[in-house]
Design a protein around this ligand. Structure first.
Ligand code: ADP
Ligand code: MG
Length: 439
C-alpha cells in the first residue's frame, strides 16, 4: 500500500462516522502526481476540498510525518475525469525490472535536460553506461542539492539494468545502517556478499561518510574488491572528495582515480528547458511568460522547481484560475512560507546535538563549555536561517535574555564561518540534513 493510502487508513480511524461519510470517504490519494514533499489528494467537489483542507490538511501532514519522516505540503485537488494511458511495452518491461533494483524508472538519459551546467557530467555518465568498468571507474559526480546527481546516476543504472547487468543502488546512509545492523547481529558475511555480488554499484550521497571511521574501512574493502574485478562504481556527493571532512586519505585518493565531474546550477536557458520538459511530462500547460518568470525567480534546485510547477497546477485547478504571472507570484510566496514553517527549532537542536555528541538539553542550558557554546551558536544560526521564528522567539527558546544576545551569537558564528572552512562545511551538512528531513 502506498504511504498516502496508509495515511488515509489512519485518518479513517480518527474521524467520526458522519464526517467520514460526508468528506473523507471520497478522498483519494494521487500517487502519480505526489512527490517527496508534496502530497496530493483528490475529492469530487470544491466544497469537500475546502472543508478537508481547513480541517484536515495539518492532520494529514502529521500522519505522513509519522509514516515517512517527511511532513509534506498537503494539497486537496478536484478529481479529474480518468484517462487510461497505454504504456509502451519497452517501458513497462523496464519498469518491472527496475522495481527490483530500487531505481526510479523515470530517471533516464532521455528525460535529462542538457545545458552548459551539466553537459560534461551527462556525457561521461553516458559513456559509463555504454562501457561500464572501463575508462571512468569510479565515476564521482558532485554538485548541490536537486541538481540531478541521483537522476544521472540512476540513468546509468536503468540503462545497464536493461542490458541485464546486476545493479545495486544504495544511499550511503542505507549502506551504513545495514553495516551497523549486520555488525551487531554478527552477520557481516551476508553484508559483504550482498554488496560484492553486482556488476554496478551506485552509491548515492556519500558525503555522509564524514568521520564514520568504521564504515569507511568497510566501504574501502567493498570498493577494492569490486574495482579489482572491473566492476563499475558510481558515487555521488554534494561536494568533491577533498571537501568531505574526515574522509580518510586512501579513500580520497581512490575516488580520484577515475573521473570527477561536477554538475553546476543550471543557467537561465537550461532552467527554461527543464521547466518546459517537466510541465509537458506532467501534462501541465504553462505560457512562455510564466515559464520565463519561473526560471528567473526560482532557485536552482530542480526538485523544488518541479514541486512548484505541480503546486501551481494543483492550485490553479482547485481555485479554477489560470496560471498567470501574478498567480504564480502569490503561490510561490505561500509555498516558501509553508516550507519555512515546516522546520522546527527542536528538530535543529536534535540534529546539532547528534552531530556534536551532546544532549539537546545541554545546548539549551547556560553551560559555557566551548563545545556547547559552539553548538548553541550553530543552532541559533540555523534557527534564524531555516525557521520562521523571530529573534525574540529564539531567545526565549534558548533561555537567553533578549534578541541582542541572539544577534551577538549570530555575529560570532558568522565570523567563525568566514575563517573556518571545516566548520562552514559542517554547518552546510547539518542544514542539508534538516532540510531533507524537516519536522
Ligand atoms: P540531486 O540528487 O542532485 O539532489 P536529483 O537527481 O534527485 O537531484 O534531481 C531532483 C529532481 O530534478 C529530479 O526529479 C530530477 O528528475 C530533476 N532533474 C534534475 N536535473 C535535471 C535535468 N537536467 N533534466 C531533467 N530533470 C532534472
Ligand atoms: Mg540525490
Amino acid at each position: 500500500m502506498s504511504i498516502g493510502n496508509q495515511v488515509l487508513e489512519k485518518l479513517k480511524k480518527e474521524v467520526n462516522e458522519s464526517e467520514y461519510n460526508r468528506y473523507i470517504k471520497n478522498l483519494k490519494y494521487d500517487e502519480k502526481s505526489s512527490r517527496g514533499d508534496i502530497a496530493i489528494f483528490t475529492v469530487k467537489n470544491i466544497l469537500a476540498a475546502k472543508w478537508i483542507k481547513t480541517h484536515y490538511a495539518k492532520k494529514i501532514a502529521h500522519l505522513f510525518e509519522v509514516e515517512s519522516g517527511i511532513s509534506p505540503t498537503v494539497i486537496i485537488d478536484i478529481e479529474k475525469p480518468t484517462q487510461t494511458r497505454v504504456k509502451n511495452r519497452d517501458l513497462q518491461q523496464q519498469e518491472s525490472r527496475s522495481s527490483s533494483t530500487q531505481l526510479n524508472p523515470s530517471f533516464t538519459f532521455n528525460s535529462f535536460v542538457m545545458g552548459d551546467s551539466n553537459t560534461l557530467a551527462y556525457n561521461v555518465a553516458l559513456s559509463v553506461a555504454q562501457n561500464p568498468g572501463e575508462q571512468y571507474n569510479p565515476l564521482f559526480i558532485y554538485g548541490g542539492v536537486g541538481l540531478g546527481k541521483t537522476h544521472l546516476m540512476q540513468a546509468i543504472g536503468n540503462k545497464l539494468h536493461y542490458d541485464n547487468k546486476k545493479i545495486i543502488y544504495t544511499t550511503f546512509e542505507q549502506f551504513m545502517n545495514r553495516f551497523t545492523a549486520h555488525l551487531r547481529s554478527k552477520t557481516m558475511e551476508r553484508f559483504r556478499e550482498y554488496y560484492r555480488n553486482c556488476d554496478v554499484l551506485l552509491i548515492d550521497d556519500i558525503q555522509f561518510i564524514s568521520r564514520k571511521e568504521q564504515t569507511q574501512e568497510e566501504f574501502f574493502h567493498t570498493f577494492n574488491e569490486l574495482h579489482s574485478l572491473g566492476k563499475q562504481i558510481v558515487i555521488t556527493s554534494d561536494r568533491p572528495p577533498k571537501k568531505i571532512a574526515g574522509l580518510v586519505d586512501r579513500l580520497k585518493s581512490r575516488f580520484e582515480w577515475g573521473m570527477l565531474v561536477s554538475i553546476n546550477p543550471p543557467e537561465l536557458e537550461t532552467k527554461i528547458a527543464i521547466i518546459q520538459k517537466k510541465s509537458t511530462l506532467n501534462g501541465i500547460r504553462l505560457s512562455d511568460d510564466v515559464v520565463y518568470f519561473l526560471a528567473s525567480n526560482l532557485g536552482s534546485n530542480i526538485r523544488e522547481i518541479e514541486g512548484t510547477i505541480i503546486k501551481l497546477n494543483a492550485m490553479s485547478s482547485l481555485l479554477r484560475q489560470p496560471i498567470t504571472i501574478e498567480f504564480a507570484k502569490n503561490t510561490i510566496a505561500d509555498y516558501l512560507q509553508e516550507k519555512k514553517k515546516s522546520v522546527s527549532i527542536e528538530s535543529i537542536l536534535e540534529k546539532v546535538a547528534e552531530e556534536f555528541n551532546l544532549k539537546p538539553a545541554d545546548i539549551r542550558s547556560k553551560k559555557r563549555a566551548k563545545k556547547i557554546v559552539e553548538a548553541r551558536r550553530i543552532s541559533i544560526y540555523l534557527a534564524r536561517q531555516l525557521t520562521q521564528n523571530s529573534m525574540p522567539q529564539i531567545a526565549v527558546f534558548f533561555g537567553m535574555k533578549d534578541h541582542s544576545a541572539i544577534s551577538h551569537a549570530m555575529k560570532k558564528i558568522e565570523e567563525v564561518i568566514e575563517n573556518d572552512e571545516n566548520l562552514k562545511v559542517l554547518i552546510e551538512e547539518i542544514s542539508n540534513k534538516i532540510q531533507a528531513n524537516p519536522s
